[in-house]
Design a protein around this ligand. Structure first.
Ligand SMILES: Cc1ncc(COP(=O)(O)O)c(C=O)c1O
Length: 478
């Protein structure tokens, strides 16, 4: 039998392919700012066709990995392109692409100190640095987990552990737990509450104002109504920011309310908490330092590849209450707070050392890169919104607070249908990628300006393209 394994582990092949890959990726990234007509952000293909392509590909003879990568790259949405203004995915700053290769090569397990000596230590260093930036005291600490959804679930588990015995004893008869959250919160909060056994009745959605921020003036009455219905509210979640419109809840007001009722205060800062890096925008997260827990996605506004999420606890020790459980083969001393044994506090056992990516960006460029990124992207969104407001054909859903702008082409009737069709056509053309969202029952176009290489001219071009498509669509029905 041919010795495939020895060939696969040949470092000579790796060296040659690695050099070629870096050349190929550098060309790919250089194309990110190209204005050529044939540069496509979205090589859209129907899911069934895509499936058939890869099913057939799997049957083909062995391929050079470089050819395979080229194919994958050409068929994927290109988040690094300057006309990608869709979801909140950052183009990975190039040095973090290199550090990702080191993460894969080292393949640390992370659950126990021995399997992640540097990684577990960097998680402590980085989350404590971020905690200080958000205004917490030295008591705050945290760790890195795989995604905002898992981070929010873990925080709500900690909130439940602080208020109940459910982790060890299960639910008491008639024990109905609940969480208060804005109706605009990311769906993962609703999902987390259901996973925790709160049921649909346990997710109390507080209405938003016309800026899509939680109506904190209603918190008291919603809380009283829940209590009167026999529910035990254990937590309030603040959004910094919401996903659809990038709106920031009044965290200060939520903090005061939570303190008054002795409730856990969690902030979903997956997208917007890094506003704290900018003196100009820090006011958006005022009050965040009073939260019991905060989630921040490094992979959204902090320029590194997915997934990498900081989960910070105001009192670092709270993290150890979440998963009190014996795993003798891993930890000899279960009851002690060992920050260096990552698995004690995290849902995950084996976990990527994704913290190396954010640490590399810090050590290479310093934290000023995050201030610059926030200010450039938020600034661009403000100018884009101003341009939309001066064009009589468009309407803005709400004034942007960060780098998310929702707007639409106006129409005498069925504006939702028209904008939906405009987006569908834009997706098919592939020169821009933007998404859509539903606000107050109406469909709006949604742009997240995530790429610091995007320019105002690209956004002008996007509006011009939308106008062109809208005019043709309106004409075709007249
Ligand atoms: C506000 C907010 N919270 C949580 C999430 C979920 O984060 P992740 O995709 O990292 O699981 C998102 C994702 O867009 C988000 O916008």
């Amino acid at each position: 039998m041919e010795n495939i394994l020895d060939k696969a582990f040949s470092t000579e092949d790796f060296r040659r392919q690695g050099h070629e890959l870096v050349e190929m990726l550098a060309d790919f990234l250089t194309d990110a700012t190209s204005d050529q007509k044939d540069i496509h952000v979205m090589p859209w293909q129907d899911p069934q066709q895509q499936l058939e392509y890869w099913q057939q590909d799997l049957q083909k003879p062995a391929v050079s990995p470089l050819d395979l990568f080229k194919d994958v790259m050409a068929r994927s949405v290109q988040v690094n392109k300057k006309r990608f203004v869709g979801h909140q995915t950052t183009p990975a700053v190039p040095v973090s692409i290199l550090s990702s290769a080191v993460v894969a090569a080292l393949n640390q397990g992370m659950g126990v100190y021995e399997m992640g000596m540097v990684g577990n230590t960097l998680e402590k260093v980085m989350t404590e640095h971020l905690a200080q930036k958000l205004g917490f005291t030295a008591e705050a600490s945290g760790f890195v987990t795989s995604g905002g959804s898992l981070g929010n679930l873990t925080a709500l588990l900690a909130a439940r552990a602080a208020a109940t015995q459910v982790w060890n004893k299960g639910f008491e008869p008639d024990q109905k737990l609940a969480v208060l959250v804005s109706e605009e919160a990311h769906y993962c909060i609703d999902r987390a509450a259901r996973i925790l056994g709160f049921g649909a009745e346990g997710i109390i959605k507080v209405p938003v104002n016309n800026k899509f921020q939680m109506r904190t003036d209603l918190l008291e009455s919603y809380y009283r109504k829940a209590t009167a219905a026999g529910k035990q509210v254990i937590c309030v979640v603040g959004c910094a920011s919401t996903t659809s419109t990038g709106s920031f809840d009044d965290l200060q007001a939520i903090a005061e309310f939570s303190q008054r009722h002795n409730l856990w205060f969690h902030v979903d800062g997956a997208h917007g908490a890094p506003s704290a890096f900018s003196p100009q925008y820090r006011h958006l997260v005022k009050g965040i330092e009073q939260a019991d827990s905060v989630v921040v996605d490094y992979h959204k506004m902090m320029l590194v590849p997915s997934l990498s999420t900081a989960l910070i606890f105001k009192r670092g020790a709270d993290a150890y209450r979440t998963f009190s459980q014996r795993a003798q083969y891993l930890w000899s001393e279960q009851e002690t707070e060992e920050w260096y044994n990552g698995g004690k506090r995290s849902f995950e056992c084996t976990k990527a050392m994704s913290v190396l990516n954010i640490y590399t960006v810090f050590r290479t460029y310093g934290e000023a890169i995050f201030q610059e990124n926030i200010e450039r992207l938020y600034g661009m969104a403000t100018s884009f919104a101003a341009r939309i407001k001066t064009n009589p054909h468009f309407e803005l859903a709400t004034e942007p607070q960060c780098n998310i702008v929702c707007f639409r082409y106006k129409a005498a009737e069925d504006a939702s249908g028209l904008n939906k069709e405009i987006r569908r056509q834009l997706l098919e053309d592939g020169r821009f990628y933007l998404v859509q969202t539903i606000l107050n029952g109406e469909l709006f176009l949604r742009t997240s300006i995530m790429n610091p290489l995007t320019q105002e001219q690209d956004l002008e071009e996007l509006l011009a393209e939308i106008e062109k498509k809208a005019a043709a669509l309106v004409e075709s029905v007249e």
